[in-house]
Design a binder for this molecule. Structure first.
Ligand code: KIV
Length: 264
């Protein structure tokens, strides 16, 4: 397989192809995503909730992200892998943000970083892209700001906040971002932003007009108890895994497993 780069993604976008992004958090998942032809992988800080047992993304550390991203890279050497900058790894200062983004790129083999925020991060995005670090923006619902917003709410329902989402998207594009995640904005706003930009919008809960879609792999595979409205269960692996493990436990207890076939 040929290495997927920012140019590959830009060509697919220019050709009018819908871009497919999915989160991945380990080598097994990235290998499966690559085999399925997913265009690019996000090692999201959602790992905090999906794999680390936290209630939200705020406790996720640089070390968590470095470890998961390196595993994702090992599972899919040719994939385009995006490193999600965790809470407080880029908010404090430009120099700390540059340092953390550099560590992410150098030590994990990530192809790009993603950060939450709009116009207020335009200078940082310009510095990063100027230094050779491709940046994916993330606006609309920003989970790292959940303590300020008071919950996970749809963003851009009124004219003022919709205009802000559009201005943020334009500011990120102007600063050099190669794509922007649009999380949980009304479909009409997703369309408006997508039409206004000449870089891809990658929607999650932002309707069908976005240039592409991103979803959390555990939601797609039915690995968690709850499936959010923006997602669709394409499999019910949680149930299948529990059944398989019950089967295994039963056979160990009954003495049916292991057999001669499993022994030397
Ligand atoms: O962390 C994550 O998984 C994300 C996606 C929901 C876009 O940021």
């Amino acid at each position: 397989m040929k290495k997927v780069t920012v140019s590959t993604l830009a060509k697919r976008y220019a050709a009018g192809e819908k871009l497919v992004m999915c989160t991945a958090y380990d080598a097994i998942q990235s290998r499966l995503c690559a085999a399925a032809g997913v265009d690019f992988l996000l090692v999201g800080d959602s790992v905090g909730m999906t794999h680390l047992g936290y209630a939200n993304t705020l406790p996720v550390t640089m070390d968590d992200m470095l470890s998961h991203t390196a595993a994702v890279r090992r599972g899919a050497p040719e994939a385009f892998v995006v490193f999600d900058m965790p809470f407080m790894s880029y908010q404090e200062s430009v120099s700390l943000a540059m340092h953390h983004a550099g560590v992410a790129m150098k030590t994990t083999g990530a192809d790009a970083v993603k950060l939450e925020g709009g116009a207020e991060y335009a200078d940082l995005v310009r510095r990063m892209t100027g230094a050779g670090i491709p940046v994916m923006g993330h606006i609309g619902l920003m989970p790292q700001r959940v303590q300020v917003s008071g919950g996970y709410k749809i963003v851009g329902k009124d004219e003022k906040s919709a205009d802000k989402v559009l201005q943020d998207a334009l500011a990120l594009q102007d600063a050099g971002a190669f794509a922007v995640v649009l999380e949980c904005v009304p479909e009409a706003l997703g369309k408006r932003v997508t039409e206004a930009l000449n870089i891809p919008t990658v929607g999650i809960g932002s309707g069908k007009y976005c240039s592409g879609q991103v979803q959390v792999i555990c939601d797609l595979l039915g690995l968690l108890d709850f499936t959010p409205k923006h997602a669709k269960r394409y499999a019910d692996l949680g149930t299948a895994i529990t059944a398989a493990l019950q089967n295994y436990a039963g056979e160990v207890r009954s003495g049916e497993f292991p057999t001669d076939q499993n022994s030397w």
